[in-house]
Design a binder for this molecule. Structure first.
Ligand code: PLP
Length: 367
């Protein structure tokens, strides 16, 4: 355990938890913020012992995220380090049912594990509850239902309570990648999930300057199994990266409120723009998908012609970014060629719109 950390009361609201959890106890001359503990080893006979097993800066980050999600968190070196640690728990030859429009890295890692004979996976339309339940029933070795909701980048929504109930009847563990929604918009453990996965690289850290991942669970045995994998495999985060993410989380609620308000307005305006064929927005969060009329060439020109928006991958930072997802070979072939994923930031919405409108209206895109 870290040196005494004040635990917030159970009844605090999320915005208060983001600000107050994981702080050192209030005492004369105590710092308000936990220090960055740079340590590869600790004086023997305590709880930590060695740098791969624990770090007080990780604990502060984990306190905030765990309290927000309603469970106990473990920090990892990246979202993929967290995700692959969960898949590590699947026994040899086990099955995974997952969304065909999961983050492409997740689909790639499932394909890689399958190619090496470790496990098998079945990709489904996660919004089609009956089809997902049928896929779980079809595979007697199914061990994990992997849910991403909203999906990246198709923005489909899963019925988490219905899927979790069906999975549990079959003895299948339910994992939810909650990166897009964040615990401020969706708390999967309270909806029946067993494990929550985060790419903290995105909204939690929020400034496009750190890679970090996390898992959250509310079962002590599962927690111990995952912690033991982290201890043994060593996909651990740096203390400085974890501290940056902790600092980022202090403003998560304010950033997300603003980015979401911007996203709602931009989704509405894009939906009325003649150069846009289709807009997908799930009604919450700050990711919008827009299918540009004219397919890949027109979408590439949009990415080229924006000035304020940054043409970049990743998402969840304070700055607005966009990219055509099919520029990545690993992206699902069912994602339209002209789909542009917009990660809406916290700038003034009028400036964001003016830039999109000029880029969409440029002769090259309209043609
Ligand atoms: N999950 C989702 C939904 C993502 O979008 C990403 C990255 O884009 C990841 C997981 C992987 O996270 P990381 O890049 O931190 O490894």
């Amino acid at each position: 355990m870290p040196p005494s950390v004040d635990q917030p009361a159970d009844d605090l609201r999320p915005a208060t938890i983001t600000v107050t959890a994981g702080r050192p106890a209030h005492a004369p001359d105590a710092p308000l913020n936990p220090p960055i503990t740079m340590a590869s080893t600790y004086v023997a006979t305590g709880d930590l012992e060695y740098g791969r097993y624990g770090n007080p800066t990780w604990s502060a980050f984990e306190d905030v995220l765990g309290t927000l999600e309603g469970g106990r968190a473990l920090a990892f070196a990246s979202g993929m380090a967290a995700a692959t640690t969960v898949l590590d728990l699947v026994s040899q030859g086990g099955g995974v049912v997952a969304p065909r429009h999961s983050y492409s890295g997740t689909v790639m890692v499932l394909a890689d594990l399958e190619a090496r004979g470790r496990l098998h996976s079945r990709l489904v339309d996660i919004a089609d509850t009956e089809a997902v339940i049928a896929a779980m029933n079809d595979d007697e070795d199914c061990a994990v239902l992997w849910i991403e909701s909203p999906t990246n980048p198709a923005l489909e929504l899963a019925d988490i309570p219905a899927l979790a109930a069906a999975a549990h009847e079959l003895g299948i563990r339910v994992v939810v990648d909650n990166t897009f929604a964040t615990p401020l918009r969706q708390q999967p453990l309270s909806l029946g999930a067993d494990i929550v996965v985060h790419s903290a690289t995105k909204y939690l850290a929020g400034h496009s300057d750190v890679q970090l991942g996390a898992l959250v669970v509310d079962d002590d045995e599962v927690f111990a199994a995952l912690k033991s994998r982290r201890d043994l495999v060593g996909a651990i985060p740096g203390p400085f990266e974890t501290w940056l993410a902790l600092r980022g989380m202090r403003t998560l609620h304010v950033r997300l409120d603003r980015a979401q308000a911007n996203a709602k307005e931009l989704a509405r305006r894009l939906g009325e723009h003649p150069a846009i064929e289709e807009v997908r927005y799930p009604g919450f969060g700050a990711i919008v998908a827009a299918v540009v009329a004219g397919g890949a060439p027109a979408a590439d020109l949009l990415a080229h012609d924006v000035r304020l928006w940054v043409h970049a991958t990743s998402l969840g930072g304070v700055e607005s970014t966009l990219e055509r997802r099919r520029r990545w070979k690993a992206e699902a072939a069912t994602i339209p060629e002209g789909l542009v994923r917009l990660s809406v930031g916290i700038e003034d919405v009028e400036d964001l719109w003016a830039d999109l409108a000029q880029a969409l209206g440029s002769p090259s895109v309209v043609e």
